[in-house]
Design a protein around this ligand. Sequence first.
Ligand SMILES: [Zn+2]
Length: 426
Amino acid sequence: MKKIFLTMIAFCALSVQAQTFEQYFIQKTMRVDYMHVGDAVTDQYFIDEIIAEPHWGGHLTNLIDESGFGYYLVKVFDKQTKTLIYSRYYATLFGEWQTTDEAKTIQKSFSETVVFPFPKNKIEVALHTKNKATGIFEEKYRFDIDPNNYFIQRDRRHVYPVYEVESNGNPNEKVDIVIIPDGYTESEMNQFMKDCDFFRDEFFKYEPYSSYRDRFNIHAVMAPSKESGADLPGENIWKNTLIDCSFWTFDSERYLMTTDNKTMRDVAANAPCDQIYILVNHQKYGGGGIFNHYCTGINHNESAGKIIVHEFGHGFAGLGDEYVGNAEYNDFYNLKLEPADPNVTTLVDFESKWKDLVDPQTPIPTPATPQYKNQIGVFEGAGYMKEGIYRPKQDCLMNHFRCEEFCPVCQRAIIKMIDFYTVPVK
Ligand SMILES: [Zn+2]
């Protein structure tokens, strides 16, 4: 037992903190593309290609992610010393698809990507899936990468100019949002730039983004499509667009997503990137956002501004939807476990959520009555489900767009993530 204990201490000492970026990495990105394959209950990983990209927009010291959000986790180890040198939690479109009826009948493959700073020495990369029954992250696939391997792709497939929408300094110290256009033709690039300005103006209207504006950069890649608009399979409308965004994802009309992960990533590589936002040239209400994967939203609609911050809440801070409904998913959350999303709870481990923000006089669960309209509480109904799962406030931008602000719990989660990505401005 003593020996095991000492080994654990040695391991903990090896993993992280004091290690500097320069010891293990250079300021470029290593991108690993893989296929995520499976059905409703199984998943497997198959490597596609490894790519060297020119920028690294991430933090230089916050390399280990302790958020615990999402359903997937990548860990990067220095091969020789076994030191954990990088990790990141994320979610995927594949994981959402697993909760659809279709996933009970067929197997499908989705292209996905993990990125980390380009290593100096040989590394081991370990991909983990969260077991939905136990809530434990299980290592599914581990492989070696030699950064000197000459088969690492170094050609650039989608090179475009970048329009700097908001510039506040060193990308390593900021949240870098990369806006990618979809369904804007060459002649609509001026419109795209105007829409990016609209994105910026709307984004910084809402707290906490207004107060933290100087911690963000926004880069827009000027990548035109052959045709204008997006695919609408339910109306038999098909457009040849660069990122191939489509309404009716998983047969949900307003769910506007893409499965062309590789083109999306190629385009995003034109700028330092922490978060990808695909701006789709369409007026029809729609969007989507997946934690540390990508977000989408339309440009011209009365809700366009709120869609931007709502979807970014998913993509950036791992926020869950606070609304009820959406029949396309089955058991999106396991009610026997505490979900990772910071703004929903099953009350299994409420201490780990926003209990500290609830007035001791407020009943738990909290009745959704006018008396508690402006209180932080525990209101039943969230995460597409009516019962057994709760949200922090009756109204929030993660619930519906009649509301004008994020609830304090969502704001706190967003600020925590901003702090993780950035260095405070003195
Ligand atoms: Zn909220």
